[in-house]
Ligand binder design. Sequence first.
Ligand code: NI
Length: 196
Amino acid sequence: MPILPIYVYDQPVLRRRAKPVRGIDGALTKLTEDMFETMHSANGIGLAANQVGSLQRIVVVDLSVTEEWKDTKPLVLLNPEVVRQEGEVTMEEGCLSLPDIRDEVDRAETITVRFLDLEFRQQELTASGLLARVCMHEIDHLNGVLFFDHLGPLKRKLLNGRLNRLKNGDMEVDYPVVGAIYVPADPAVPKGPPSE
Ligand code: NI
């Protein structure tokens, strides 16, 4: 299974709305497998198809690298939508398409997501904490939204320097990317917190 390059800011595919999946075939199954491998190798816990250059409404999530969620199974969500949400909570987010940028974002605390699984059966998942957070972050990707879009003007301003470097392709990233400079990770350097 190949590792796919991840599109980083400001690649246009990240700002486009992905289209609903209409059925399952070998190519789609293969893409989800490649997305898992790509996400795992980049120390990610969630990945949307836009981030690997595909405009299909596909999200993969695997929180099992984190201590709190280590017993949770990986998830594939096709055509996911939030059908219920409750409360509000602030949590720090990072994004594989926005390397080296993290910030605190306010979002719903508990959500119910309706989606199709890899057998094209409708499922509903009610989640809070990190799982809810990752699902909302990834569904945003499918709609062309990036996490910093939720920040107020002051926080946005503080990120401008890094965003401009990314925009200019002047950022080193330790996983294969489109739109920045790929410099393989030094295995002696510990990994930072996981990103989405
Ligand atoms: Ni992301």
